[in-house]
Design a binder for this molecule. Structure first.
Ligand code: SF4
Ligand code: SF4
Length: 463
């Protein structure tokens, strides 16, 4: 076969341009066991996550309906957008550092797409349809009672898992209390919520039952970044071509060294176990999700043919070519320094974050009102209680400003305030105490009787 031919097509599309389904052979071995254990731990956290509490708040909630984000019991509002930007930069840089050092390790070990595909949906498929050969036989056979029964059972189970995942994702958005209300009240009272669950169920079912590895190959941008992130020192899953080539089938009684053959016995098992259908012997490819299945299967083959394990292993290009050990390169050091700087910045921003954020602005379109012996200015205020718990918030004028507040209507902050409160008030200042047409005026923000912040703005009077 032409060794360069793989460059002309992708493994999941056949010569007629149709989707070529990948039926990976079940992989077993120490790497698979490690990944499986980690996957189950992560799945446990994913499904139980919405039920965990720190104080009265969930561990993680993307409460888009109330425009807030809860992480580790801390509530973040749109006003904390700068924190989100730093947090996202931190996330992107961490992924870059790990990719430069360890290749696409995130994909194979942590990404929810791989975890659900390989350790949940693929397991169900092996259980119902059998291993690779049985799956291919089933796909190619005409419709029969056996095929209908297997297809119905498998898709029903896929649907049940998709439904469970969909409910869990909804809990991360609306919270467990709202989700329980939704379930108890039924679809009539919460038609929107139930349609959302069904929509998410459909999306997950489509992704895991049909679209599968295509997410990693054509949707996810991360795989495409590999080309710019990886270098010759990055640790990737690599085939040791110096040791493996020239590949060739085992012939009884043949002296492989004398025949010029390497350790690869061309069994093709590394291709058969690959969930993205590639041949790692062609070198690092963007389709490789670092799942380690080819390492496990090749080690089994090496054991059988009494050769050392590790023909396919975690190794850098330099390690394969010159046996150079892993190097902490200048590029990696620069990324690490940047990462530490961002971690420090994030820590400082979180440390300096106030429990209450106050905005006090003069009402637009008005300068001042003359009221016999006093001047008044109109203000609007907004207080954001970021603690996520009820608290008694109040707003007072600092004594040195020598003025008083008159609330308009029921604008005064209420007891047990939670979230965002806003309103309007006048500030009265006696004419005698006004020395300039524009004076600084200071407000104190109190939470449960304690001053937590001071905010100043302008007070206008006559010239
Ligand atoms: S599993 Fe190992 S021996 Fe078999 S084809 Fe792949 S690299 Fe060669
Ligand atoms: S090449 Fe190996 S590690 Fe990469 S996706 Fe295929 S089986 Fe997994």
């Amino acid at each position: 076969m032409n060794q360069e031919e793989f460059r002309d097509h992708i493994s999941t599309i056949d010569s007629e341009g149709k989707r070529a389904y990948v039926h990976p052979k079940k992989a077993q071995g120490p790497w698979m066991s490690r990944r499986q254990t980690l996957s189950y731990v992560l799945l446990f956290f994913l499904f139980s996550g919405p039920w965990w509490r720190i104080g009265s708040l969930p561990l993680l909630q993307l409460d888009v309906l109330h425009r807030r984000f809860i992480l580790l019991g801390q509530v973040f509002w749109p006003q904390d957008f700068h924190l989100l930007v730093v947090f996202m930069l931190l996330g992107v840089l961490s992924v870059i550092v790990f990719t430069v050092a360890f290749g696409r390790i995130f994909c194979g070990w942590i990404c929810p797409q791989t975890i659900f595909m390989e350790h949940v949906f693929r397991r169900i498929e092996y259980w119902i349809d059998g291993d690779r050969n049985a799956q291919i036989r089933l796909q190619n056979m005409p419709w029969s009672a056996e095929k209908i029964q297997k297809r119905v059972t498998k898709n029903f189970l896929f649907g049940v898992v998709s439904f469970a995942v969909s409910n869990t994702f909804l809990m991360y958005i609306i919270g467990t209390d709202a989700w329980l209300r939704l379930i108890q009240d039924g679809p009539r009272q919460h038609l929107g919520g139930f349609l959302t669950i069904l929509l998410f169920t459909g999306v997950f079912f489509f992704v895991f039952a049909w679209f599968r590895e295509q997410v990693c190959l054509i949707v996810c941008p991360y795989g495409r970044l590999q080309g710019v992130l990886l270098d010759r020192n990055s640790l990737v899953i690599a085939y040791d071509r110096l040791r493996g080539e020239v590949r060739g089938l085992i012939k009884k009684g043949e002296d492989r060294t004398a025949a010029g053959k390497g350790d690869c016995v061309d069994c093709g098992l590394c291709v058969q176990v690959c969930p993205t259908g590639i041949d790692i012997r062609h070198g690092t490819q963007l389709e490789c999700i670092n799942c380690t299945a080819c390492i496990d299967v090749c080690d089994t083959v090496m054991d059988k043919v009494e050769k050392p394990k590790g023909l396919i292993r975690f190794a850098s290009e330099n390690n394969i070519a010159d046996k150079t050990p892993f190097q902490y390169t200048a590029r990696l050091k620069a990324y690490t320094v940047l990462l530490l700087a961002l971690v420090t910045l994030m820590g400082a921003l979180l440390f300096m974050r106030l429990e209450v954020e106050a905005t006090i602005l003069r009402a637009p379109g008005q300068l001042f009102q003359n009221r016999d012996t006093a001047i008044t200015n109109l203000y609007t205020y907004k207080l954001i209680n970021k603690t996520g718990r009820s608290a008694n918030l109040s707003l007072e004028i600092a004594p040195e400003s020598r003025a008083r507040i008159q609330w308009i209507g029921s604008s005064a902050p209420q007891e047990d305030a939670k979230g965002i409160i806003k309103g309007t008030f006048f500030v009265w200042k006696s004419t005698k105490s006004i020395r300039k047409s524009k004076e600084k005026i200071e407000f104190m923000i109190l939470m449960d009787g304690q001053v937590v912040d001071r905010v100043s703005t302008q007070f206008y009077g006559p010239k």
